[in-house]
Design a protein around this ligand. Structure first.
Ligand code: ZN
Length: 451
């Protein structure tokens, strides 16, 4: 979904970014397309293996295996390598972030930025916000090598990105500018809570973060996503009418179906249903539109409509905000010791001093690393619900299985149980194909046999 892509560039590498990315992932089903005839992709169009065709001898496991076998051993190895590499990236990303925090403190950069901010204003809320802006820019620069590797070079190596280096920098810059409007005030607000609410600041900080994220979710489809992609009305035709029919049947209050030019950024396909009150909108990216079949589009849109009807955005946000609030409490409990140990000798003595931020971010990042399985499981649970909602509403088990297979060209298709619990924010490809085949077995009469 567009919001995911943009929010990735937005404040990536900072704690707020981690939060947003996790959150925005929740509203996304992404599957990869067949943008270029490469060895990674599956052929365009609906795929129905013989063993998955409905009939008296239909067997769920045999049908599932037939889908899984669509991947060649090379494709599967590549997908596993990309995805398992991502597990390590979480650890290395944490360590890289820790290194950035150490640089801020040990080099005296954090103290210098605080002194500069205080020269500009004596008001705590303002100099904290100025510090927050300086920190954001400096952290972005220090994190650039890591961002380039994970988000540009590695994505290109696996054929998942279409961005030129110049365009990548353009989007990163745009994301930074948007962050500069929002993040310094959130930081200032959290420090105000530390100054005024004493031992209960983490409670206020949690509520404030929830409010800011809620606002972002509400405004980003209207104000932020269009800064990164062009959204156009989907022309009349079978895809448009199928989506509108699905929307009417599921009481999605909109006749607004848009498509957007995600292919300039990525080879992945995605879609979403966003908005509230008058802004409700169904969006699909051009990869989904151009590279897949109508049954796949319907299956994916059924899933997205499930997120909307089941109110997953707000539910996930509420749960994840509780996880974040607990993280603020952990920071509250550990920060004084951390300051005594790592801050004092570099001129940082107070938890109300904005220069303490890199130390707080280090503690918070460690907590977030440990909380990753919890957040993944919150999101994955909603994704599983949306999968089942989509199967029941779109009635396109082969469309959903095919889309899941496309996605499995860059997500390890069959993880172990704990591997899925810890690392997966969506059900695995195996789970999705199996769910589709299970649904098909019990609903063969509902599915046209010519699929
Ligand atoms: Zn989803």
């Amino acid at each position: 979904m567009g919001a995911l892509y943009l929010l990735r560039g937005l404040v990536m590498r900072h704690f707020l970014a981690v939060i947003l990315c996790f959150f925005m992932l929740s509203g996304t089903v992404s599957a990869q397309d067949a943008a270029a005839p490469g060895s990674r992709e599956l052929p365009a169009g609906l795929i129905v293996p013989d063993a998955a065709k409905p009939g008296p001898g239909f067997d769920v496991d045999t049908a599932t295996a037939a889908y899984i076998d669509l991947l060649t051993p090379q494709q599967r190895a590549q997908s596993d390598a990309y995805f398992e590499g991502g597990y390590w990236l979480e650890l290395w990303g944490f360590l890289y972030g820790l290194m950035v925090c150490v640089i801020f403190i040990v080099s005296g950069l954090s103290v210098k930025m605080r002194n500069l901010s205080k020269r500009i204003s004596h008001r705590p809320w303002l100099y904290t916000a100025i510090y927050g802006a300086l920190w954001l820019v400096a952290a972005e620069i220090l994190s650039l090598p890591w961002a380039l590797y994970t988000d540009y070079f590695r994505e290109h190596a696996y054929g998942l990105s279409n961005l030129s280096l110049g365009a990548w920098f353009g989007e990163a810059g745009k994301g930074l500018l948007i962050s500069l409007i929002i993040v310094p005030w959130l930081i200032s607000g959290i420090f105000a809570a530390v100054r005024k609410a004493g031992d209960t600041w983490w409670l206020r900080a949690g509520v404030a973060t929830f409010a800011v994220l809620l606002l972002l979710i509400m405004v980003s489809p209207v104000f932020i996503n269009p800064l990164f992609n062009e959204y156009k009305p989907l022309p009349e035709g079978p895809v448009n009418s199928a989506i509108l029919s699905l929307a009417r049947a599921n009481q999605i209050p909109t006749d607004n179906v848009k498509y957007f030019d995600a292919s300039k950024q990525t080879t992945r396909v995605s879609a979403n249903v966003s908005g509230f009150m008058g802004t409700t909108q169904v969006s699909l990216n051009d990869n989904l539109l151009n590279k897949t079949s109508l049954p796949e589009v319907k299956a994916v849109m059924g899933h997205e409509m499930g997120h909307y009807v089941l109110n997953h955005a707000v539910r996930n946000l509420a749960y994840i905000s509780l996880v974040l609030m607990f993280g603020f409490w952990v920071v509250h409990k550990l920060i004084d010791q951390a300051i005594a140990r790592f801050g004092v000798r570099y001129g940082i003595t107070e938890r109300t001093d904005p220069a303490v931020l890199p130390i707080a971010v280090a503690v918070f990042s460690f907590y977030m690393l440990l909380a990753t399985p919890v957040i993944n499981s919150i999101i994955r649970t909603a994704e599983k619900e949306a999968d089942l909602y989509g199967l029941n509403s779109a009635r396109e088990p082969h469309g959903f299985a095919t889309a899941a297979m496309r996605l499995s060209t860059y997500r390890k298709i069959h993880p172990g149980y704990w591997e899925e619990v810890i690392f997966y924010d969506h059900p695995s490809g195996y789970d999705r194909v199996h769910s589709s085949m299970l649904w098909l077995k019990e609903n063969q009469q509902l599915v046209e046999s010519n699929q």
